[in-house]
Design a protein around this ligand. Structure first.
Ligand SMILES: Cc1cc2nc3c(=O)[nH]c(=O)nc-3n(C[C@H](O)[C@H](O)[C@H](O)COP(=O)(O)OP(=O)(O)OC[C@H]3O[C@@H](n4cnc5c(N)ncnc54)[C@H](O)[C@@H]3O)c2cc1C
Length: 405
């Protein structure tokens, strides 16, 4: 395993670092203020920065396929994803590398038909439209993808959708033009062959966007996490991705690289929190000493550095395994990072909040919002416990197949 960046990876890293530092970070406070003032509208600076980033070659960096961008491997892209995590949520969209569009693009690349790619992937990769992923339902425990109860029923040459989804990230974006919907097609089939994934235009009759759900009071405008109802939505059957019954398989396949991206962005977030903590701890004085020299603060700062660096190494190893062996060959490690990194980011941000005193939980610093984002990551893409269960199963399997099964 060699984590030394290739010349190409170093080049993209340096280019992204410069662009984020000089163009994105200075625009971030204004962007956030505007997004709050006019939720569900896109601040104009986004299109300006997208055009500049695209011209600089910083576009669609997440796809390890040179038909769609520079074709960086997961290991090459991971450090760039970390950099984008330092300027959330603006940098990922500016590079056309934001979730859930990245995961949806991967689905279309791997499972879509030529016609589906032409209709949805091409404008998505051009940054002209956005998308959402509608799997989780309020009515069932959605940690278990096999539980989804919404229906995608075949009727002649059509598929008819019914059900309610929620936590559909990105559905509030004014450019969100399609969603990927998961529903039961054949309730009598094996539980992993019951569901289908369907491409649904957001303006299809019967699709209704409901309320947006806050995360600790933050709405993540202009993307949002919304409730969406589907009432007798009729679409041609060729809107089903890869044919009926493949939904569970696609849901599983979708989540490998996306978790690397989420984790590296969370590491970028943790780095910002540590940086803020160190500045506050050295600038501010209490009881005659800088905060850093009070109580256990030096150790807390050291522990944060250890935790971030350990987490990064684990993610890079996972990215490397993914590049070598594909999603199937890195499943255990993908679960490991999904459990480790959001918890680490929460701990580091929480430490930084504490060092900031009352200002830490206010809007004077971005820490409260950063904490909300990191905490939600312990649930999004499956809660910690599901991933720990996967790791335990792989571990126990070495000793007793009966326990591990
Ligand atoms: C900010 C945010 C964004 C999201 N974006 C999307 C999106 O774009 N699209 C989408 O479809 N969904 C999205 N989700 C939903 C997310 O994937 C689900 O919330 C998650 O999978 C858990 O499902 P649930 O909420 O139904 O919890 P439940 O399934 O009800 O689980 C509740 C709790 O039960 C426990 N539990 C569950 N399984 C186990 C287990 N095997 N072992 C031990 N304990 C267990 C865990 O503590 C878990 O947190 C998002 C969620 C959040 C918070």
């Amino acid at each position: 395993m060699d984590f030394a960046p290739t010349a190409r990876a170093q080049q993209f890293h340096d280019l992204a670092q410069d662009f984020i530092g000089t163009r994105v970070v200075p625009e971030l406070p204004g962007y956030l203020a505007e997004a709050r003032a006019h939720p569900w509208q896109v601040p104009p600076v986004v299109e300006t920065l997208k055009a500049e980033a695209r011209a600089a070659g910083l576009w669609n960096l997440f796809l390890p396929d040179d038909r769609y961008g520079p074709g960086l491997s997961n290991t090459e892209y991971a450090p760039v994803a970390e950099l984008t995590g330092r300027a959330m949520p603006l940098a990922p969209e500016v590079f056309n590398c934001n979730a859930p569009d990245t995961g949806n693009a991967e689905v279309l690349v791997h499972y879509g038909s030529d016609q589906q790619r032409e209709q949805w992937l091409t404008p998505l990769l051009a940054g002209e439209i956005r998308s959402a992923f509608c799997m989780t339902e309020p009515g069932v425990a959605s940690s278990d993808a096999a539980n989804m109860a919404a229906t995608a029923t075949l009727a002649g040459d059509e598929v008819v959708l019914n059900g309610t989804k929620w936590w559909s990230t990105g559905i509030g974006h004014p450019d969100c033009r399609f969603v990927i919907f998961m529903g039961v097609t054949d309730p009598t089939a094996h539980k992993y062959r019951r569901h289908s994934m369907v491409l649904v235009p957001t303006d299809a009759p019967g699709v209704e966007i409901g309320r947006m759900l806050p995360v600790f009071g933050f709405f993540d405008e202009p993307y949002g996490h919304g409730e969406v109802s589907f009432t007798d939505v009729r679409l041609p059957a060729d809107a089903i991705i890869a044919g009926p019954g493949r939904g569970f398989e696609i849901a599983q396949g979708r989540l490998g690289p996306g978790r690397i991206h989420h984790c590296m962005r969370a590491i970028g977030l943790a780095e910002v929190a540590l940086e803020l903590a160190c500045r506050r701890a050295t600038d501010r004085v209490a009881f005659g000493k800088p905060l850093a020299n009070l109580g256990g603060n030096r150790e807390r700062i050291a522990e944060a550095r250890l935790a971030i660096d350990q987490a990064r190494l684990l993610v890079l190893r996972t990215a490397w395994l993914l590049d070598q062996h594909g999603v199937a060959g890195a499943r255990n490690e993908v679960s490991q990072i999904k459990a480790v990194v959001p918890r680490m980011a929460c701990d580091v941000i929480d430490m930084a909040i504490q060092i900031h005193g009352g200002a830490g939980v206010s809007d004077v610093f971005p820490l409260a919002e950063m904490y909300a984002g990191a905490r939600a990551l312990r649930l999004a893409d499956g809660p910690d416990e599901v991933h720990l269960g996967m790791v335990a199963r792989a571990e126990l399997h070495k000793y007793a197949e009966g326990v591990g099964a």
